[in-house]
Design a protein around this ligand. Sequence first.
Ligand code: PLP
Length: 358
Amino acid sequence: MANLFIPGPTDVHPEVLQAQSRPMIGHRSQACADLIARTQPKLRTLFGTEQRVFLSTSSGTGLQEASVRNCVSERLLVCVCGAFGERWFEVAQQNGIPAEKVTATWGQANTPEQVETIMKKKVFDSIAIVHNETSTGVENPIRAIASAARAINPDVIVLVDSVSAAGGVEIRADDWGLDVAFTSSQKCLALPPGMAFAAVSDRALHKAESVHHRGWYFDFLLYEQFLKRNLTPTTPAISLLFALDAQLDRIFNEGLENRFMRHKDLAARTQAWAKEKFDLYADDGVRSKTVTAVKNTTGLRIAELNQYLATHNMVIANGYGSMKDITFRIGHMGELDLHSLETLIDLIDTFSSQNTQG
Ligand SMILES: *Cc1c(COP(=O)(O)O)cnc(C)c1O
């Protein structure tokens, strides 16, 4: 395994692929309700919530849209420090939801102080934060930001895109006061793409009751009605539910703490190497534990590097959008281990020694 050093999709364990190939069951059958019921306590532990975790047959962006459709009636504050924060702002705009941005320089994190300053001037009933900004390799202090926002507006709804974090780094939705925290199947959870999961608080559901035009497909209140009977409003990706059940067991067999430690170790090794051979894009102290953005200081041709890595069944990610070739990114999330990371590093070093420009 261990080929995909990109920030999703990640490699899926063969046992989990196997689970996906089970015979189909009806989505209104007892077997399906049992399957969903089995995954709930495991998902709740993963997100650190005693409330509920919705299962969405969509990618993570679907839940970015769901969160703004369900949880904003007045004005949304979007914390932006990279491309996924920008996307969230666009999602709000395209849904006709009043939104404002508070922006950090790329490579830096959003701060509680930034949020305090703007929330003191204007009323925001919801705030959106990206847990781990995959485009820049920055982890945001979501706990401190959530707490700063709530100190100013106790009723504020805190929305967290934890797509490239949950399952790889700690998240405690209840303790940290996060009202909607979601992730995609294909990142740190190491499942095939196609589903997304959201820990949703009672406070968020209460808020949704007062919001008009929540849409249908992503209506949280409809999700809640069905989840009470261990069902989803529409046909879920049943094969992925089989895979989810199996993968959550694997995750808890490893142990959440061990899994977080493994991600931390992978990040430390990647970043120590990148600092020595190149430079790091993200500031010290806010660097991601699941993806590293490397400044391409030696002018490596990333497409050619990937052609070389492909001969060893490996791949890394180029920089995001306009940062292409100026940076490249190494995803170290999911099931990867230090051994395969060392192999990747050796390969990049070999390629570098043969291809460094002037
Ligand atoms: C990958 C990613 C997304 C998009 O997720 P999809 O599942 O592709 O919709 C959103 N936010 C972050 C932080 C991501 O890393």
